[in-house]
Design a protein around this ligand. Structure first.
Ligand code: AKG
Length: 290
C-alpha cells in the first residue's frame, strides 16, 4: 500500500482561523449557525451542487446517513492490515509517547494513528464521490477536506473519558464527519452513539460534556441510537448533534474518520503530504496538500 510523502508536519491553523473559531463556537443556536454558514458558503468558489435528495432528507431530519458495506470485505481487510502496522499515541496524554495497538498502556482509552494522513488509500476514500456528493449537497458549497484520522478505542477502563461522554462538536460553523468501521463493532466494543435530530434542536447547547441521564431526560431514550456495524460499514454524521463513542467493555475498535468543513478548522490536519492522484481540486479544497 502506498504512502504519500510528508511535506510538512506540525502545521498550525492560521490566526484568523483561531479567532473565527472562538467566535463561532459561541454561536449555539442551530438556526443561527445555519444562517451564517449559508452566507459564508456564498464566498466559496463555484461548484455544481449534486442532487442526492434521500441522503439530504436523512441528514436534515436525523443528522446521519448510513452506507452499509461502503467497502468490501477485501478492501477493509487491506486497510486494517495497513493500519495495524502503525504506532499510536494518546491524544489526551501525549506524555506517554508512542505505543502499538496491542500494547496500549494501562489507562489509555484512545490510540490515535499519527501517520494515518499519509496513507494513500485513505485519501482515495476521503475523495470518493459517494462522500463528496453528499457533503457538497449538505453544505451547498464547495467543501474542504480538513482532516484524515484513524484511531483505536480500547477497553479496560471503568469510566468514560472525553469523547466517550455525550457532547456536541464545535469544529466549524458547518461540518460533517465520515466514520468508517474498520473492525466489527457490537454493543460491547464501543459503538458510536448519536441522538437523532439533536443537530437542529436548541436543547443542551452548552459547551461541555453531558451526562447520560440529562441526554435521556431531554431527548428521550427512543432517539438515542447505538450504531453497531460490520467492518466496512460507514456513516456520515453532523456531529453538532449530540454523540459519543461508547466506552468499550471488551476488545478494541478501529475507526477511520474524515472531517469536511466549509471553512478551515482549528483541528485541521497537522500533516501536509504530497498531492494524492485522486484529488480533484475543482470539486473540493484539501487542506492536506500544499
Ligand atoms: O469515537 C466515537 O465514536 C466518537 C467520536 C467523536 O466523538 C468525535 O469524533 O467527535
Amino acid at each position: 500500500m502506498s504512502c504519500l510523502e510528508i511535506i510538512h508536519t506540525k502545521i498550525k491553523p492560521r490566526i484568523i482561523t483561531r479567532v473565527w473559531h472562538r467566535f463561532q463556537e459561541r454561536l449555539r443556536h442551530p438556526r443561527i449557525r445555519n444562517l451564517i454558514a449559508s452566507w459564508l458558503g456564498l464566498f466559496r468558489p463555484h461548484v455544481d451542487i449534486p442532487s442526492c435528495p434521500d441522503r439530504l432528507a436523512e441528514l436534515y431530519k436525523d443528522g446521519v446517513t448510513f452506507f452499509p458495506q461502503f467497502l468490501s470485505r477485501n478492501e477493509i481487510e487491506e486497510i486494517k492490515l495497513e493500519l495495524e502496522k502503525y504506532n499510536c499515541f494518546d491524544p489526551w496524554h501525549r506524555e506517554i509517547g508512542e505505543f502499538t495497538y496491542t500494547q496500549n498502556p494501562v489507562g489509555t482509552h484512545v490510540g490515535q494513528i499519527r501517520l494515518a494522513a499519509t496513507i494513500e488509500i485513505l485519501h482515495k476514500l476521503a475523495l470518493d464521490s459517494r462522500i463528496i456528493d453528499v457533503v457538497t449537497a449538505y453544505f451547498g458549497c464547495k467543501p474542504y477536506l480538513d482532516s484524515i484520522q484513524a484511531w483505536w478505542s480500547f477497553s479496560g477502563n471503568d469510566q468514560p473519558q472525553e469523547a466517550e461522554n455525550f457532547h456536541r462538536d464545535n469544529d466549524a460553523i458547518r461540518f460533517l464527519k465520515f466514520f468508517l468501521y474498520v473492525t466489527e463493532v457490537d454493543d460491547l466494543n464501543g459503538p458510536h452513539i448519536f441522538v437523532l435530530g439533536s443537530h437542529r434542536e436548541a436543547k443542551l447547547l452548552e459547551r461541555r460534556r453531558l451526562n447520560d441521564e440529562e441526554v435521556a431526560d431531554t431527548f428521550g431514550n427512543h432517539r438515542i441510537r447505538s450504531f453497531t456495524g460490520k467492518s466496512g460499514d460507514a456513516f456520515i454524521e453532523d456531529t453538532y448533534g449530540i454523540h459519543k463513542g461508547q466506552l468499550p467493555v471488551i476488545g478494541k475498535r478501529l475507526l477511520v474518520q474524515f472531517r469536511y468543513t466549509t471553512t478551515e478548522s482549528v483541528f485541521r490536519s497537522p500533516l501536509i503530504v504530497s498531492t494524492s492522484r485522486y484529488y480533484q481540486p475543482s470539486r473540493i479544497t484539501s487542506l492536506l496538500y500544499e
